[in-house]
Design a protein around this ligand. Sequence first.
Ligand SMILES: [Zn+2]
Length: 202
Amino acid sequence: MGFFKIIDKGPGLKRLFIGGVHGKEGLSTIKALKRISDEDVKEGNLVIYNCDESKYISTLNPLYYESKIGKEILYLINHYQPDMYIELHCYKPENYTLLTEIDRKNRVGVPPLIELEKDVLIGSVSPQIRTTVFRKEDICITLEMPCSPFNDTLELYTSFLKVLAGAKNRKDLEDKARKIYPEQVETSQKYAWEIFGDYPPF
Ligand SMILES: [Zn+2]
């Protein structure tokens, strides 16, 4: 059983943050998840789960959701029915280019991740779940940082998680994110349109 925590501040947005969904990524993502405190959630609730180590299968691979850990994640999503679903990942620094190059869509069928700052990357979640278990209006985000991150990267990653934890709804999140990362929000909206047509961003 991985790390599990619920912060409940009554009615409002339902959030689910899951870290370390494959391989050893949980060893890094737990460091960020443990820094989220009750005060970061103003209303609604936040369910935090950090997975134990598992075999590495890409979440873009349909077989992932048939694995033990993949089924656990589907269970958590179905059980908590989040309006906001955040997946925390980490990557090997040598994979930075593969994740962010413009050609990623032709290669693996999903748009490149977008850098916020300090090697922290943002994108949508696997199309395997984005278009099937979530509603159009749900907020679905993947956040990546290098595994075993430097402290300033971990701090930036955590501070963005806190923005997500504190956002009251999609509009509130977009307003807040646009103030800090205007170009990145615009690019993510462009990618979302390319993939989902009239889907909302993220
Ligand atoms: Zn990953």
